[in-house]
Design a binder for this molecule. Structure first.
Ligand code: URA
Length: 276
């Protein structure tokens, strides 16, 4: 590479920072420890305890005992069922105290959805990241911008509602645990029930596995039409699992496969006579 073509230090630093931000590292630490108590600084605020706390369990660890989430799920079901429209549902989620993610580092309010409340397609990601937490809207960071570009290229912009399996940012952008997803699931199902889409696009393995109750990885699930069913069996929809846009940012070579998935989905959505 000629000297002229070499990236500047500033460009290299910017790209490194973007890489760390993508990985969920959004705070700087100093080289030397600072004793803030000694220095008379305030302690970090203590977050209020939730009445029902769902512990953060690692995803998919066979044999790991899962916390009993049934009380929190029952609370979520009751709150979700009472919401007669999306505004009421957003308020119910904001008031819900049964998901521990709310107390684990999410900086702002619940991140619920963006897009068309009557969309024929609901896109479901994993969970909010730092940008979403700051803005209060799903998929507004780098991954979200890529998602928007792909949806627009497939003619799907303005025809989608975008949401996630959980509504508070998992600390450090870790994958939400099955317990956290289970507690948020009644709200997600209520979103689907209120929007009445014709199909679902499941972005990434955490979304596909949770919604489809499957154990396979996203690379084997993606690109196939699978059936999503609500917990009570009353709703059924065709669902297309695909690669998560954050993965595509790290592995641009995989974009071709995600694009293929979007084309397959669009073909069915736009098929005349709506033979879903
Ligand atoms: N990744 C997700 O899965 N959801 C978001 O809202 C943002 C990034």
């Amino acid at each position: 590479m000629s000297a002229a073509a070499e990236p500047s230090n500033a460009a290299l630093a910017e790209s490194l920072l973007a890489f760390w931000a993508d990985a969920g590292v959004d705070a700087m630490l100093l080289d030397e420890a600072v004793d803030r108590i000694e220095a008379g600084k305030v302690l970090p605020p203590v977050r209020p305890a939730a009445p029902v706390v769902v512990a953060a369990a690692p995803v998919g660890r066979v044999g790991t005992p899962q916390p009993d989430v049934s009380a929190a799920v029952a609370q979520a079901q009751a709150a979700a069922a009472a919401a007669q429209d999306l505004d009421a549902l957003v308020a119910a989620i904001a008031a819900f105290e049964g998901c521990s993610l709310r107390y684990e580092g999410a900086a702002t309010k619940a991140v619920v959805f963006r897009g068309d409340p009557k969309a024929p397609l609901v896109v479901i990601g994993e969970g909010p990241g730092a940008d979403e937490d700051a803005r209060g809207e799903p998929f507004v960071g780098r991954a979200g911008k890529l998602l928007d570009r792909m949806l627009a290229a497939a003619g799907l912009d303005n025809r989608v509602l975008i949401t996630n399996t959980v509504f508070w940012r998992p600390p450090g952008n870790r994958t939400p645990s099955p317990a956290e997803q289970a507690v948020c699931a009644p709200f997600l199902e209520r979103i689907i029930a209120l929007v009445q889409p014709r199909m679902l696009l499941l972005a990434g393995g955490a979304s596909a596995k949770a919604l489809l109750k499957r154990e396979e990885g996203i690379l084997s699930l993606r690109g196939r039409w699978l059936e999503w069913k609500s917990a009570d069996g009353a709703m059924e929809l065709p669902a297309m699992p695909t690669l998560h846009p954050a993965f595509l940012l790290r592995q641009p070579g995989a974009k071709k496969r995600a694009w293929q998935d979007l084309l397959t989905l669009t073909e069915r959505l736009d098929r005349p006579g709506r033979p879903d």
